[in-house]
Structures are given as structure tokens and as C-alpha cells.
Design a protein around this ligand. Structure first.
Ligand code: GFP
Ligand code: GFP
Length: 833
């Protein structure tokens, strides 16, 4: 509905944007040229895929010039650069984002319209680049966008997985994993760089030799070599500022490849030498399934780190030759979690064995170059690799790890705690036991200049609970950088209605300075702005309802409250708490179908690690309960439950702008930060969540009264945990008991009694490790508060607007500037054309 415009305030009505006709014409000609000369077809015959490819070729014309300018500027200035090592980059689709960052989206849309094409429809042809599992990988992608936008010299390094995270299908309510072949027909964004191929040694043995001066040295005789082929993905900064490089390594065989190294693992039985080498970059490992393919996973980590370090050294030596004195002042290396830890002994090895530096010189450089970000406190995610695997694959690296450890224990540890062997075994990189293991996180902490957590509360726990003794040794090593997300993708590209509203109230620079969005706050009480804000939300809900109909076959009403939980499936994230609440709501509706409740749609999206049975059972339970509820005429459509299959970045872009409520319900102390919580708030959803991770900082900004906070705090969880008995809660709460018992019946799974029992059993017999039952009552009460507020349209609109307007600090530009200033000491560079 169009509202009246006042003279003092900017327009609350939708502005019609004008697009330059000449630009549209030129763009159209370029697309047609590429369709004919790059793709080899014609407008009459082209498939949607061909149109998309021609569109990408057109966009690339803009990108490569800027890439060269960026690289030349950085090379010329020769200032410090950051090298972001990450086993995961969850880039998603690039077309709309790149067009947006080049400020060409409107032009492209109009140009395609003249061919009778809808740009969104054409861009659906692009497969998601799903080279990651979840938050950690998506964070790396947001960081690349911010590094490019803020003009910091940088390179992202990772693995060119042939198959990204599996494609999830839901069959009879259950998750089925299918391979994700994201580049089956080629990826038009990437460029192969054969001139920068690396050869990486592996396996074999170490020989001790005596040098002419009598000193001992080690010579590694590897048993095989793997070829690393780099693929570059340009990352376009906003307004085309700079174009950064994401360099991903693909493994190939060299003639020397010795397949015995891998055969023992039994991953691939009778395959050729070639396919064995290629196995290394074949698949992304879904985390949590820790036992699977240990050897191969460590090989993957080593492979991409070794390739990346050689690439870094090559670039450094181009300007500094064999003088390594400036290495640490030019090179910062960020370890995104422990996956790239092996880069530490690899840099030591390269400097000592190949460049001829002394151990002391190499350590001085290494310990000034590396920094480590911790993303989780969960013990199963803190990597430990058996020593025997190192002996087999990386014998020289193991030797260096022992040396680092020896010097650490007999140096700083002995000095601080003389004669204290208990402390030594606690802090040692090596864990003794039946199977001796290398603790990768310890190696990171010992080596790195800075160790950071990803939200205030998490960083505090990293320092005080995870590494308290290291913190005593080096209190200043530990710091915090709260995560952030890029507003270019997570508002500007995915929520055009909201972006226009911000253009009107905050000017057009808000995507570069998200604090500017605070301008909306002063209109949060004004009806015309509330109406416009909620109309944008409604339009997004209509669009999502259409997607849900297509993907799930379920009809949902855009006027209902959209309550969303999308994230990896894990017990600590507590999708099953959400499920228990839905069951309780359904039960109460069956008891009183006429009660006056707000119609609600519960929306889920989640992948479960293939080996994580309980997580898969929870997916099945959500689908089974949904099936029953969605088809129960007695409740008159007041409640719907949908599980959208194959959750990924491109779906998140459709789901998040349409959410009313953002479910962030992890057990306090377990979610390091969360990043979807930020995206939801930016797009005007209210958080229903625990005081965990970045939720705490979100409500600090947006106000606790504008969100629905529930449950035990971190301190309360820590206090309760040792004496927690889920049966107490089960026995004391009739409603909770009824829904938990319901899981044991065949009500939701006709003919299959017990099909959902594993969930009940985890909650009672297995001790409910994530305190679901303890938080149930408080969770239910939070939902009741949310329902009540949703009935008051003005109050809700105001709260939603305040949430959206106050998320400035969660721009990943702020995170990257924090890293640049406090950790990397990097300077932003003006790119010369
Ligand atoms: C990289 C590639 C080169 C390419 C430039 C420009 O350079 O092949 O020409 O990027 O995009 F390797 P360096 O990694 O050598 O800096
Ligand atoms: C992990 C943590 C999250 C955190 C991200 C990014 O996510 O709390 O927000 O890393 O720091 F669990 P996942 O990769 O486990 O999804």
C-alpha cells in the first residue's frame, strides 16, 4: 500500500529506479556476442544454461581487468598481505553477487528482459559452489568479499574439491546423500593457472646425515609426489574496488606417484595410479564423521597447505629473492580452525630443509607469521591425528613437531612451572596413550602470534576453559574477533526491497558502512515506514511460499508467522527442542482446535553428517511430524511444518529475508558465534534464542525487549551439567512427558512404532547431553511471548525494524578491519587503474 510522503522525511513509498538505456543496450550486445562467439549458439536456440554462461562471460569482461590492476598494485606496494588458509569456502552462487558488487545488476536485468528472459530464472542455472559444511566455510566466503571490498592485499587458499558437500534428497522423510558435481559442465568463473603448478612430496622415510661441520641433519626421501593444480576464482569487491583471488588446489598424479601409500588405507581398491592422486581433492569431508578416511583427510590438509606455502614463497622470492628477513613483515597466514595446522611444520621444513635457514631463524619467522582462529569448543571437533599416520605420510613433519614440542616444554613451560610433569603432559603437542596423537590445536596455540575466538563469550571460554594454562603463559595471545557477514550478499543481493528502503533512509553507501542503517531506527514508530517494512517482508514471504510449494508440495499462508531454523543438524543446535515444542503446540490444538492462536509455519533446513545417525533420525522425525500435522484437517491449517531439502547458500538467500522468527536455540556455551543469526536480524527477523554465541551481542545491539531470549545461561549450564538428571524434568512436566512419550508411539509413523524412539532415548537414557529437557519450559514460554507480540502488528514491525537497523557491527567488513588492525597489521590499498 502506498503511503503519503512527508516533506521532511525521505519517501516511505517505493522508488522506481531508473536504468541507463545506453548501458542496457551495450550489455545486451555483449551478452549476445558471447552467446554467439564464446558459447557457440544463438538467441533462438540457446538453453537457459547457455544464456547463463553468456551472462557470466559478459561479467568476466569487467572482472579480469580489475584483477590485474589489483595484483599489480599489491605487487608494487609490497605491503603485508594476508593468506587465509581454509579447508572450506562456501561461496554459493556468484552471478548475482558479482553483478551487484559491480553495480550492474539492474542493467543486466533489463538487458535480459529485452531477450524475454528473467534474470533470476537464468541465474537458477548456476550450481552452488558448496565447498564447505556450514558456518565456518560461509564465514570464509564472507571474509573474502570483505577483504576485496576493503582493498586488503590477500589470497584465499583452499581445496578444489571435485564434489562439494553432498546434495540432500528426502525420500520417505529420510535424508539420502547424493554427490554434488558442481562443475560437471565446467565453472565459467574459474581460471586454471598451469604456470603455478606445485609438486608435493609425500610418504617415505627420513635419513639422518652428518654434515661436514659435524652437525646432524635430516633428509627426507618421499615415496611419492602429487601435483597441485591451482584454480583461481576472482572475488569482486563492492563497487569493483579490488578483485581478490581465491586459489583452490586440485590434485593430479605425477609420474612418480606411488599408489602403495594410499592402498593401505583401503579407500580405493583397484584403481589406477591416476585416480589415486586425484582422490585427494575428490570430496569434501562432512565434519563429525571423524573416523572416516582419517589418512585421506590429513593428506588433503597437507596437500593444500603445502601447495599454498610454496605459492606464498614463490611470490615472496619474486621481490625478495633469498633474503627471508622480511618474510614475517610481509606475510600473515591465518589458520581457519585447525584444518590447515600442518602448514606450520611445512613452513618450518621449507625454510630449514629447502632454503637452508637454521631452526631458530625458521621458528622466528614461522611464529611471527601464523595466527589461529578457533571456531568450536566441542572436543570432537578439536583435531588429533594418530602419530602412526604421521610416521607413514609425513615423517619429516613429525620430526619437526617433536622438536617444536621439546623446545616448548623445556623452554617456556619449564620456566613457568619448573619440574611440573603434569603440566608438561597437559600442554604437550603429543597426547600419550595407547594410540599416541598429535594435538593440532596445541600446535596452533604454541606457534601463533594471536589466537582468536569468534564472539565475545566464545573467546572468553577459549581463553578460560579451553586453553587456561596457555593463557597463563601468554595472556596477550588470546583475543576476540566477533564474526560478521557481508551485507552485499545478505541484504543488497537477496532482499532488494529492503535494500531500496535503506537507500531511501540511509543513502546509498550503507553496503559499505552498515552502521548507516541505524537511520531507520528513527522511523521505527512511524506507521508508513512500518507498513513499508512489513510489506517488504510480506512480499518475501509470498516468494518463499511459492518455493516451499515447489520443493515440498506444501501450501503455506504468507500471513502466518514464519518461524525458521536453518543450519547444520547437530544435537547442540537443538532442532529436536524445536520439534518437541511443535508437538506440544499440535497437542494443544488437538485438545482445543478453536483456540485463538497465531497461524504458524515452522520451516527447517539442515544437512546431517552422513555418519551421524541421531541427526538423521531428527530429520526423519521433523518430516514425519510435519506430514501428520500438514494433513490434519482438525487443526484448520493453523500449523504447518516444512523441511526444505538440500539447504545451501542459494536457499538461505530466499529463506532468510522471509523469516519472522530466527531460531537460535543452541545450549548456552556450545555455539561459538553463529552467523545466520546476524543475517536474520539484518533482514528484520526477531531472534528466539539462548544467551549463546553472538546472540548475546545481537541483543546488546537490538535490545532484549525486541527479541525472545530464554533458557539457561552459560554459567547455569556449567553449574547444572554435573548433576543434571533429565528424568527430573520429564517427570515434573506433564506436557513435556506427553510429547517425549509420543515419540515412542506409532502416531507419526503409522505401522512403524519406535521409529522415532532414538530421540527419546537420547534425551532420557543417554542423559540429554545438551539439556533439551531443562530448557523446554522456558522455550515454550518464549514462544508464547512471541505469539502475543505478533498479534500486535505495530509492536512487531517496530521490533523488526530496530533489529534490522542496529546490526552495523555484524558486517564482515568490521570483522575484517578488526583482524587487519589487531592481528594482521595490514593496510588497505588504493587500487590504481
Ligand atoms: C597469479 C597467477 C598468474 C596470473 C596472475 C594475474 O599471479 O598466472 O597471471 O595471478 O591474475 F599465478 P601470482 O600468483 O604469480 O601472483
Ligand atoms: C562454526 C561454529 C559457529 C560459527 C562458525 C563461524 O560453524 O558457531 O559461527 O563456525 O565461526 F560452530 P560450523 O562450521 O560448525 O557450522
Amino acid at each position: 500500500a502506498a503511503a503519503k510522503t512527508t516533506t521532511s522525511a525521505p519517501k516511505a513509498v517505493k522508488a522506481t529506479s531508473t536504468v541507463d538505456k545506453a548501458q542496457v543496450k551495450a550489455f545486451k550486445e555483449q551478452v549476445e556476442k558471447h552467446l554467439r562467439t564464446t558459447i557457440g549458439t544463438s538467441p533462438e536456440k540457446a538453453s537457459k544454461l547457455a544464456w547463463w554462461q553468456a551472462l557470466v562471460a559478459t561479467v568476466n569482461e569487467d572482472i579480469f581487468g580489475r584483477l590485474t590492476d589489483t595484483q599489480q598494485t599489491h605487487a608494487k606496494n609490497d605491503t603485508r598481505a594476508v593468506h587465509y588458509l581454509s579447508a572450506e569456502f562456501l561461496m554459493g552462487r556468484l552471478t548475482i553477487n558479482n553483478l551487484t558488487n559491480l553495480e550492474k545488476f539492474d542493467v543486466a536485468r533489463e538487458a535480459l528482459k529485452e531477450f524475454g528472459l528473467d534474470i533470476n530464472d537464468i541465474c537458477e542455472e548456476e550450481p552452488d559452489m558448496a565447498l564447505g559444511n556450514g558456518g565456518l566455510g560461509r564465514l570464509a566466503a564472507c571474509f573474502m568479499d570483505s577483504l576485496a571490498t576493503c582493498n586488503y592485499p590477500c589470497v584465499g587458499y583452499g581445496i578444489h574439491y571435485e564434489n562439494g558437500l553432498f546434495r540432500q534428497e528426502i525420500r520417505a522423510g529420510k535424508q539420502v546423500e547424493r554427490p554434488d558435481s558442481w562443475r560437471e559442465y565446467g565453472c565459467p568463473w574459474e581460471v586454471c593457472r598451469p604456470e603455478s603448478v606445485q609438486n608435493i612430496p609425500l610418504g617415505g622415510y627420513v635419513e639422518k646425515q652428518t654434515a661436514p661441520d659435524g652437525s646432524q641433519c635430516s633428509v627426507w626421501h618421499p615415496s611419492s609426489m602429487i601435483k597441485g593444480v591451482p584454480w583461481d576464482i576472482p572475488v569482486v569487491g563492492y563497487r569493483g574496488s579490488s578483485v581478490a583471488i581465491l586459489r583452490l588446489w586440485e590434485s593430479r598424479s605425477t609420474e612418480q606417484f606411488n599408489w602403495d601409500v594410499f592402498n593401505a588405507g583401503g579407500y580405493v581398491d583397484a584403481q589406477t595410479e591416476k585416480s589415486l592422486a586425484e582422490t585427494i581433492s575428490k570430496v569434501l569431508y562432512p565434519n563429525d564423521s571423524t573416523e572416516a578416511g582419517k589418512e585421506l583427510r590429513l593428506t588433503q590438509q597437507y596437500f593444500f597447505c603445502a601447495c599454498s606455502l610454496r605459492d606464498i614463497l614463490r611470490r615472496y622470492k619474486r621481490s625478495h629473492h633469498n633474503d627471508f628477513s622480511e618474510f614475517a613483515s610481509k606475510i600473515a597466514i591465518q589458520l581457519n580452525d585447525t584444518h590447515p595446522t600442518i602448514a606450520i611444520p611445512e613452513l618450518m621444513r621449507l625454510l630449514i630443509d629447502e632454503e637452508g635457514l637454521s631452526y631458530e631463524q625458521a621458528w622466528d619467522i614461522t611464529s611471527k607469521s601464523f595466527n589461529y582462529t578457533n571456531h568450536t569448543l566441542l572436543p570432537e571437533a578439536l583435531e588429533k591425528w594418530p602419530v602412526y599416520i604421521f610416521e607413514k605420510l609425513l615423517p619429516r613433519h613429525l620430526e619437526l613437531i617433536y622438536e617444536i614440542n621439546f623446545r616448548f616444554l623445556n623452554g617456556p613451560v619449564e620456566a613457568k612451572w619448573p619440574g611440573n610433569n603434569e603440566m608438561k603432559s597437559k600442554l604437550s603437542i603429543i597426547e600419550e596413550g595407547e594410540v599416541r596423537k598429535v594435538r593440532m590445536a596445541n600446535l596452533c596455540v604454541i606457534t601463533s602470534e594471536h589466537v582468536n575466538g569468534v564472539a565475545k563469550i566464545h573467546s572468553k571460554l577459549v581463553k578460560e576453559d579451553l586453553f587456561p594454562d596457555y593463557a597463563q603463559l601468554w595472556p596477550n595471545k588470546f583475543c576476540n574477533v566477533t564474526n560478521g557477514v557481508t551485507p552485499r550478499r545478505w541484504i543488497l543481493s537477496c532482499n532488494r526491497g529492503l535494500a531500496e528502503l535503506y537507500n531511501d533512509v540511509a543513502g546509498k553507501d550503507w553496503p559499505l558502512d552498515l552502521d548507516k542503517c541505524e537511520a531507520l531506527k528513527k522511523y521505527a514508530d512511524k506507521k508508513e515506514y512500518q507498513d513499508r517494512f512489513m510489506k517488504i517482508k510480506h512480499d518475501n514471504k509470498v516468494a518463499l511460499a511459492k518455493t516451499i510449494k515447489e520443493l515440498c508440495g506444501v501450501e503455506v499462508d504468507p500471513n502466518a508467522l514464519f518461524d525458521v531454523q536453518v543450519k547444520r543438524l547437530h544435537e547442540y543446535k537443538r532442532q529436536h527442542l524445536n520439534l518437541l515444542y511443535i508437538m506440544s503446540l499440535y497437542k494443544s490444538l488437538l485438545e482445543d482446535p478453536d483456540q485463538d492462536i497465531v497461524p504458524q509455519v515452522f520451516i527447517f533446513g539442515a544437512k546431517a553428517a552422513p555418519a551421524y545417525t541421531l541427526a538423521k533420525d531428527i530429520i526423519f522425525a521433523i518430516n514425519a511430524v510435519g506430514e501428520k500435522i500438514n494433513n490434519d484437517l482438525r487443526i484448520k491449517g493453523k500449523l504447518k511444518v516444512v523441511f526444505i531439502p538440500n539447504y545451501r547458500v542459494s536457499l538461505a538467500e530466499k529463506i532468510i529475508p522471509a523469516a519472522d522468527i530466527s531460531e537460535q536455540i543452541s545450549t548456552a556455551g556450545y555455539e561459538a558465534s553463529g552467523t545466520s543469526n546476524m543475517k536474520f536480524s539484518m533482514n528484520g527477523a526477531l531472534t528466539l534464542g539462548t544467551m549463546d554465541g553472538a546472540n548475546i551481542e545481537i541483543v546488546e545491539q537490538a535490545g532484549i525487549e525486541n527479541n525472545f531470549i530464554f533458557g539457561l545461561s552459560v554459567e547455569e549450564v556449567q553449574k547444572l551439567k554435573p548433576r543434571y538428571n533429565p528424568w527430573d524434568y520429564y517427570n515434573a512436566d506433564h506436557d513435556l512427558k506427553a510429547v517425549v512419550d509420543w515419540l515412542d508411539s506409532d502416531f507419526f509413523t503409522p505401522g512403524q512404532p519406535g521409529a522415532l524412539s532414538s530421540i527419546k532415548s537420547s534425551l532420557l537414557n543417554n542423559g540429554d547431553p545438551f539439556l533439551v529437557l531443562a530448557d523446554f519450559a522456558s522455550y515454550k514460554a518464549a514462544h508464547q511471548r512471541a505469539q502475543k507480540m505478533f498479534k500486535d502488528k505495530a509492536k512487531w514491525a517496530k521490533a523488526a525494524m530496530i533489529n534490522s537497523a542496529t546490526m552495523g557491527i555484524f558486517s564482515s567488513d568490521r570483522s575484517i578491519k578488526d583482524y587487519a588492525t589487531n592481528i594482521w597489521t595490514l593496510k588497505s590499498q588504493l587500487i590504481k587503474k
